[in-house]
Write a protein that binds this ligand. Structure first.
Ligand code: HEM
Length: 198
């Protein structure tokens, strides 16, 4: 799931160079160019977290979440759910609901600014929620944060051709990209020396 999220994030950044630049400036300001970004820097990179959250909103790794079975009769949102029903949550529909999100189809990490660490009810649930949530959410956000921050800090990327990276979704329970991301990259001038030492 972390690798899937990484690929979507890098694809979105490749198509939105101004967001990539903003994330790069934040890392340069906080970390500088004399050392590589470390896990302990992540809490000081709020814009990077906004990028990750916006990626998880638009491309939740598990768009229908795992099916669950109701253990007793209950009523949810006015609907009677008999005991033993298989329940799916259409997370994708919630994450694109125009009643909840302004311009839901637009990649706008800024919409999460000031909301870091705030789950904001049940509007945003890439890791599901509470008792049924992903037990490794903290680890996953750290892994994605660090593995995304490193190439942002060290490399310039560009699309392979003129056309935008295609964002077609593959078929399956996990939302993968239909076509693997391809980008052309080269080390940032200021990072060449540091990279040659590691
Ligand atoms: C971006 C990365 C990840 C996302 C978006 C994600 C999301 C989710 C979601 C939506 C569920 C399903 C909850 C449900 O519907 O019942 C889940 C379950 C789970 N995740 Fe993650 N996950 C991620 C990374 C990880 C990682 C890195 C690990 C472990 C190292 C992990 C371990 C688990 C486990 C063990 C469950 C099953 C929990 C249970 O049986 O109730 N996840 N995750």
């Amino acid at each position: 799931m972390s690798a899937v999220t990484m690929e979507w994030a890098m694809s979105l950044l490749s198509n939105n160079s101004e967001v990539l630049k903003k994330a790069q400036v934040e890392i340069d300001d906080v970390v500088g160019k004399n050392r590589l970004v470390e896990e302990s820097d992540l809490s000081r990179l709020p814009y990077l977290h906004c990028v990750i959250n916006e990626t998880l909103r638009m491309y939740p790794a598990s768009p229908l979440l795992f099916p669950h079975e109701s253990s007793k009769d209950c009523v949810v949102g006015g609907f009677r759910i008999p005991c033993g029903s298989t329940l799916l949550v259409n997370l994708w529909a919630i994450h694109y609901d125009p009643k909840i999100w302004k311009e839901p189809k637009k990649f706008k990490p800024e919409r999460f600014q000031g909301l870091e660490g705030n789950r904001d009810g049940f509007k945003f649930m890439p890791f599901r929620s509470r008792r049924r949530g992903c037990p490794d959410e903290g680890l996953a956000t750290h892994v994605v944060g660090l593995t995304l921050a490193s190439p942002i800090q060290c490399f310039e990327w560009e699309r392979v051709g003129e056309e935008m990276v295609d964002m077609v979704e593959g078929i399956g329970l996990t939302m993968t990209k239909a076509h693997p991301l391809q980008v052309r990259s080269h080390p940032r001038q200021a990072m060449v020396e540091l990279l040659s030492q590691t």
